[in-house]
Design a protein around this ligand. Structure first.
Ligand SMILES: Nc1ncnc2c1ncn2[C@@H]1O[C@H](COP(=O)(O)OP(=O)(O)OP(=O)(O)O)[C@@H](O)[C@H]1O
Length: 384
């Protein structure tokens, strides 16, 4: 089995039979970059693909769609070989893998109707039938009456809806979306999100969604795979992947603090920076083994450090007590309804306080603060 296959995202874990959906195992070399990844998406499932810039998300989708050459691997939908190194003989149009990107990329010289009719025509439909089907799709995406307009006569949001209609009119067996909402304003993006959700559910086809927005993943997908430097480093139900991130990138995306260290006991993690975090429930940590703790920046209680008191509730022996720490303010950033505090002693840990608390604390750079978090607000896990 290839390294990619060993790391294949597991639709069966979500109750789906992977062979009935989209299964891709791919190795791609591209300008010094190497992608070695495998995904499995159930027949009626949405998998969100998240990852930092340059981690290979677009390359993964383009390789599945057959737009970049694949060194090794294959793409199957419903068990049919549709792409990959051995699929050279399957013409692109016959692969029936729909790819919708950030830009609509419509044919500029064709009307909206002719753009959408292109797929049915390429699949052998007669001119009249293809146009009737295209008109139906334009109506479904809310563009009845816009049939004769050229792309240049449509707004960006309307163009993207034509592109969605064009993709779906080609009756894809699988749908790949590469940040399709990124270039749209808030209202147009919300409309597109709703259309994608409705139509994908109606078609019952596997969908891969590349996004930078954790809300897109929450609203549209059931599972998420995290790509980093061309490899999938985490995969699972959205709630677990975002709720207890395994990488600093996802922790930042999900807006939580991730602290890595070693386990002191089954429920306690000590970071390299000396922070000791204990969860309310034992979580199967093995003493001395790598482990991580996660908490929301807003769940931390903050007070001014008592002059002359031991730092942050440290015990007499100098060992910090669990869930207490102290620090001096290194930076203060405004957040939605308050202030984000970062200390010089724990630069990787953000703490959020509401505006009223920030005012009461008289926050300023260099201020000495004491922090406390309830065990019930800490989640711990083994690392790796
Ligand atoms: N056409 C190309 N030719 C050569 N290398 C490319 C090409 N497109 C992308 N790459 C390289 O492949 C790597 C992965 O890029 P890719 O666009 O897949 O990442 P991404 O995760 O989608 O990034 P982003 O979030 O910025 O869109 C990058 O190192 C990039 O430089």
């Amino acid at each position: 089995m290839s390294a990619a296959a060993e790391r294949r995202t597991d639709a069966s874990a979500a109750g789906a039979a992977p062979d009935a959906g989209l299964v891709a195992e791919l190795e791609v070399e591209r300008g010094g970059f190497r992608l070695d990844a495998a995904v499995a998406v159930g027949p009626d499932e949405v998998l969100a693909v998240l990852g930092p810039n340059g981690s290979g998300k677009s390359t993964l989708l383009a390789a599945i769609a057959g737009h970049v050459p694949v060194d090794r691997g294959e793409v199957r939908v419903g068990g049919r070989l549709l792409g990959g190194a051995g699929a050279g003989e399957v013409p692109l149009a016959a692969r029936r893998i729909g790819l919708l990107g950030q830009q609509a990329l419509l044919f500029p010289h064709l009307s909206a109707l002719e753009n959408v009719a292109f797929g049915p025509r390429a699949q052998g439909a007669g001119r009249r039938d293809a146009r009737a089907e295209a008109a139906g799709w334009l109506e479904r995406v809310g563009l009845a009456g816009f049939e004769r307009r050229r792309p240049a006569e449509l707004s960006g949001g309307q163009q993207q809806r034509v592109a969605l209609a064009r993709t779906l009119a080609a009756r894809p067996a699988a749908l790949l979306l590469d940040e399709p909402f990124a270039a749209l304003d808030v209202e147009a993006a919300a409309g597109m999100r709703r259309l994608v959700r409705e139509h994908r559910a109606a078609l019952g086809i596997p969908m891969l969604l590349v996004t930078h927005d954790p809300l897109d993943a929450l609203v549209l997908a059931g599972r998420a795979a995290i790509l980093q430097a061309g490899r999938i480093v985490d995969e699972g139900p959205i709630a677990r992947v975002l709720g207890h991130p395994r990488t600093p990138f996802i922790a930042a995306l999900a807006g939580v603090d991730l602290v890595e260290g070693v386990a002191l006991d089954a429920a306690t993690v000590r970071s390299d920076g000396g922070l000791v975090l204990r969860a309310a429930e034992p979580a199967g940590l093995v003493t001395g083994a790598p482990a991580s703790a996660v908490f929301a920046p807003g769940s931390v209680h903050v007070r001014a450090a008592d002059a002359g008191a031991p730092a942050g509730g440290a015990a007499a022996a100098g060992e910090p007590s669990a869930n207490h720490w102290s620090g001096t303010v290194a930076s203060l950033e405004p957040t939605g309804g308050g202030v984000r505090i970062v200390t010089a002693e724990q630069p990787g840990v953000a703490v959020d306080v509401p505006t009223a608390a920030a005012v009461a604390l008289d926050l300023e750079a260099g201020a000495a603060l004491a922090f406390r978090i309830e065990p019930a607000d800490v989640s711990v896990r083994p690392l790796g």
